[in-house]
Ligand binder design. Sequence first.
Ligand SMILES: [Ca+2]
Length: 562
Amino acid sequence: MHGQPYLAAAATALLLSACGGGDNNPPALPRLAAATGGTLAACADLVTRVAFPDTTITAANAIAAGTLTIAGKPVAAHCQVTGQMFKRVSPVDGKSYAIGFEMRLPNNWNGRFFYQANGGIDGSVTTATGDVGAGRLDSALNMGFAVISSDAGHGTPNPAFGIDPQARLDYGYQAVGKLTPMAKNVIQAAYGKGPERSYFGGCSNGGRHTMVAASRYADQYDGFLVGDPGFRLPLAAIANIAGAKAYAALATTPGDLSTGFTTAERALVSKAVLNKCDALDGVADGLVQDTKACQAAFKLERDVPTCTATRDGSCLSAAQKAAIGPLFAGAITGTGAKIYASFPYDAGLATANWATWKFNNSLNLDTGAVGLIWQTPPENLATFNGPDFALTGDLASMLAKVNASNAIYTESAMSFMTPPNPDNLGILKNRGAKMMVYHGTSDPIFSSDDTTAWYEALRAANGGDAANFARYFRVPGMNHCVGGPATDQFDMLTPLVNWVEKGQAPDSVLANARGAGNSGGVNADLPSIWSATRSRPLCAYPKVATYKGSGSIEDATSFSCQ
Ligand SMILES: [Ca+2]
């Protein structure tokens, strides 16, 4: 099988030839050899057998089968290795830092390494089960991967670590660069050979880590699984703070932002979006598959009633329309500079996840990250108050400071947090590595429009088509990484491995709803009229899941990617 020309590239070359464009045919991309696997040869003695610079292995323990369960499945027997890298005391804030990690090494190994990139602002070593895709359908550990998880260089999920410049850089990208060769060394010691194939994946900030790794460390990984990426996280956070200001101004209960755009009003807008957009994909089924056509078809001003009297959930006030419409179009600073990206109108606005991001995290999570981790200089830690910072801070100042550096903070947040040259993935592409990206179109914090714009730029930088090494799958209705009125349970790691190691490029990925009885946990946002087991194809962009005109609307086989 090795050495066989990459089929999709070959097909593209033929097509270009047929069209007379043969002068610029790209060479077929290499196919990487499939991993063959191995058996764990050492566990407890890894504490002494692993000798890697700047690394302490603190424990290595055999974990019996069934000690952990994931989505109701017992996790097979494995070895848990814990440790620290680069333990130090900061010369800036006087506090102790280290890059804490754990690895979980299955006794029956599939020969692969998985870097589990975590979410939020990191700061804790979450269990290295390698959760992939939404809805916990399976995990990399259960599939036989050796998995690493880390705190990315700070031991608590508190933004105060941002006072230390090195902790900023470790969080941004350097922990990944330090952990990767160490982890491969541990795998070598445990199995007698290093990983044959290496993968990297995560959602949210984990999606950001993955895009950064695809840009900075493409020589060290073969497959990248990117979920709802906050790849321009500082900008998304400032845009969300802009939203907090707008919702605070609309609030009927001072300090409770959710009263600026109530659940009933958000359900009203979601319904108005469905009225205009649901059938554009061939069937009114509660899912807006054709996101692009929907943005042209739906107008907030026109399609949602304007209140003539008191707000009662059946209308939006003129002031609400004037404030909320521009947030979807893309928040701006007081001087008119666009901060981040537009957000698509979609069906998933009425959920608790949407509300939490817009009305709570905007005050209590984005603020600490912007003020303490990303601004140069940071705000005063001793007096910092998140809600005050959001509601009284100046957006243009925040935007300038996340782009600033100085003698202490030598890299700006936009430098250390975002992928350098994100539309240039030449190293990844040319060595045969692959990337799969998914994004919920009702994600309230990182916009799928931003990911779409990035993917379009990637296509443009590759002659108009990046599908021979990177594919993007929108998840209609899905909120941030999970939930929403969506088919949000899917496994993208298996198709990624099959693409990297077998040359099987994924045109679509099967997704299911998580209704009653689902082993991955029931999705409370599912509309009651949906089947508990509704399925859909997630289509590789720019194709759209389209109803075939007959067959059950609960079944993926009634839809095709068009
Ligand atoms: Ca539809």
